[in-house]
Write a protein that binds this ligand. Structure first.
Ligand code: M3L
Length: 296
């Protein structure tokens, strides 16, 4: 890790691009599992209740259900997101990454580039996210002799079961809600990051590692706060058709959720989303800056 005052440029050789990204995801996954359960199941009284019941019933492993696919997909999804963002900025501003510090892009261009990346990564993310949510919602303890096996034996079995039951379209259940969630909020993600970096970096210079970490962390929180309402709907659309009745579409899911649980339903998991978002996205942006400067 570079010193607080050093720029990320000075240590390109020490980049551990996939490390922090994947490490951040592993550390963040238990928070994500609790969030998904709070959003789609009404049996928990809150974060602590969900954590205690998960630990008691499923041990620590319960918090890591559904993690294998996101670990595999995060590298692909992040490279699409950041790759499309960076190239969209190149097209919009006709400046390369190196020139961008001297001629910073307008926030409008940053927002458009972020939304473009958000839209394109959503469809790649959708099947992986669906399988993650389905596995996270399996609350049976580890397979014990005599206990009924869970519906899905693992990510591949889950994908095959969905494919057999619903065809390839089944793997994109909730994709529309995911796309609506990610497109605007990833625009906000990158605008927040750029704005915070510029607030604490002298013109024409590169942000220090400390600036990148703090700006990335708050970009993660800001985007997750604005994404949480549709995140709840997305998770419910992905779980629909199993125990709960299937919704007649995204609007039906919104209306029936509000009718049954009030407007507060849209902020289920907001606290835990935000707690998870800071470290995960701080390291995500640090990896991004390392990669950019080493591939400059
Ligand atoms: C757009 N939305 C807020 C949904 C996600 C933004 C951050 C995504 C990041 N890979 C993470 O896992 O936190």
């Amino acid at each position: 890790m570079t010193g607080a005052g050093e720029s990320v440029i000075n240590n390109p050789g020490r980049r551990r691009a996939s490390g922090p990204g994947a490490l951040g995801l592993v550390l963040g996954h238990p928070f994500d599992t609790v969030k998904v359960r709070l959003q789609t199941q009404t049996t928990y009284q809150g974060i602590i209740d969900c954590m205690v019941k998960t630990y008691r019933h499923e041990s620590l492993l319960g918090f890591f259900k559904g993690m294998s696919f996101p670990i595999v997909s995060i590298a692909v999804v992040n490279s699409i997101l950041f790759g499309v963002y960076s190239n969209a900025l190149l097209v919009l501003t006709a400046t390369s990454h190196q020139e961008r510090r001297a001629q910073p892009p307008s926030y409008t261009h940053v927002f458009i580039a972020g939304c473009t990346g958000g839209f394109l990564q959503a469809y790649c993310l959708a099947p992986f996210d669906l399988i993650k949510v389905r596995l996270q919602n399996q609350t049976e303890p580890r397979a014990q002799p005599g206990s009924p096996p869970p519906r899905y034996q693992g990510p591949v079995h889950c994908a095959a079961s969905i494919f057999q039951a619903e065809g390839p379209r089944g793997l994109f259940r909730g994709a529309w809600a995911l796309t609506l969630r990610d497109t605007p909020t990833l625009g906000i993600y990158f605008v927040t990051y750029e704005w915070l970096c510029r607030q604490s970096t002298p013109d024409g210079q590169n942000p220090s590692s400390a600036t990148v970490l703090v700006a990335g962390g708050f970009a993660g929180i800001t985007s997750w706060v604005t994404a949480t309402p549709l995140d709840v709907i997305k998770s419910r659309m992905q779980m629909a058709g199993l125990e709960q009745r299937a919704y007649r579409g995204l609007l039906d899911c919104v209306v029936s959720s509000v009718r049954q649980e009030g407007l507060g339903v849209f902020f289920r998991g907001l606290t835990i989303n935000s707690a998870r978002a800071f470290p995960v996205n701080a390291v995500t942006f640090l990896s991004y800056e390392y990669l950019l400067h080493s591939w400059g």
